[in-house]
Design a binder for this molecule. Structure first.
Ligand code: ADP
Ligand code: MG
Length: 257
């Protein structure tokens, strides 16, 4: 059984990319076959896992727009069991170019269905918007992980995201589920974080992961070295918590079956 999980929140800077890279890397470290799909034109997952964009011939843009087979846009990473379909800045034009195309919301779903059975998990790193790229991701996905930054206004904008999820469930993907809500960048030195945790738990209840990602400077350093935290600094708090999260996600999956 393979599972496609979109990592989505239209707010920027909440930890989508950090979670995609590190959850993916930790799942692979635990023996899962994982594919990262970078669908953000900024391509931070791509560079963050060590792919040089200058070396990329086919990226997710070509899969969505030019009908390139996803296996022809797939790259190995330094981590065994972890592959990626990268994004380059070319993707910035894709939303506009997709508008007049047939079944524009289903393009990613169709493409990933060609390779889905080769992986245990496919993680899609969404852009910070609710446009056609995010809609394609939610349509292709079995479930969505929503990272929420532990800060003031944490819940702001979430109703728009949940509304989009409901619209996709209604019209495009009735099976879409909320996989979990992940609290990120907790600053243990402030009381604010604790308040936000309570607020988010009140709202999402048992959907909130027990694993909470604290602020950890090693997590913010790793991408500039093109490495996931698990290889950049396996002894760091960041590596420990993302490994915990990977185990939690895998455990829920097994419990659900
Ligand atoms: P998004 O993809 O939602 O825009 P990112 O994952 O890129 O968010 O995170 C935004 C910034 O915060 C990045 O510079 C990233 O390195 C940093 N960051 C993310 N998570 C953490 C963390 N737990 N501790 C410290 N820095 C973090
Ligand atoms: Mg990002």
């Amino acid at each position: 059984m393979s599972k496609i999980i979109a990592i989505a929140n239209q707010k920027g800077g909440v930890g989508k990319t950090t979670t995609s890279v590190n959850l993916g890397a930790c799942m692979a470290t635990l023996g899962k076959r994982v594919l990262l799909v970078d669908i953000d034109p900024q391509g931070n997952t791509t560079s963050g896992i060590g792919i040089n964009k200058a070396d990329v011939n086919n990226c997710i843009y070509d899969v969505l727009i030019n009908d390139v087979h996803p296996k022809d846009a797939m790259f190995e990473t330094k981590i065994e069991g972890l592959k990626i379909i990268p994004a380059t800045i070319q993707l910035a034009g894709a939303e506009i170019e997709m508008v007049p195309t047939i079944s524009r919301e289903l393009r990613l779903k169709k493409a990933l269905s060609l390779v889905k059975d080769q992986f245990d998990y496919i993680l899609i790193d969404c852009p910070p918007s609710l446009g056609l790229l995010t809609i394609n991701s939610l349509t292709a996905a079995d479930s969505v992980i929503i990272p929420i930054q532990c800060e003031y206004y944490a819940l702001e904008g979430l109703s728009q995201l949940l509304n989009t999820v409901r619209l996709v469930q209604k019209h495009l993907n009735t099976a879409l589920q909320i996989e979990g809500v992940l609290l990120t960048m907790l600053d243990a030195r402030t009381n604010l974080g604790i308040q936000v945790i309570e607020e988010v738990k009140k709202y999402f209840q048992q959907k909130v992961y027990q694993t909470i990602i604290p602020r950890n400077v090693r997590l913010s350093e790793a991408p500039s070295h093109g490495e996931a935290i698990i290889t950049y600094d396996p002894r760091s708090k960041g590596a420990e918590v993302y490994l915990e999260l990977a185990k939690e996600v895998i455990m829920y999956e097994q419990a659900a079956r």
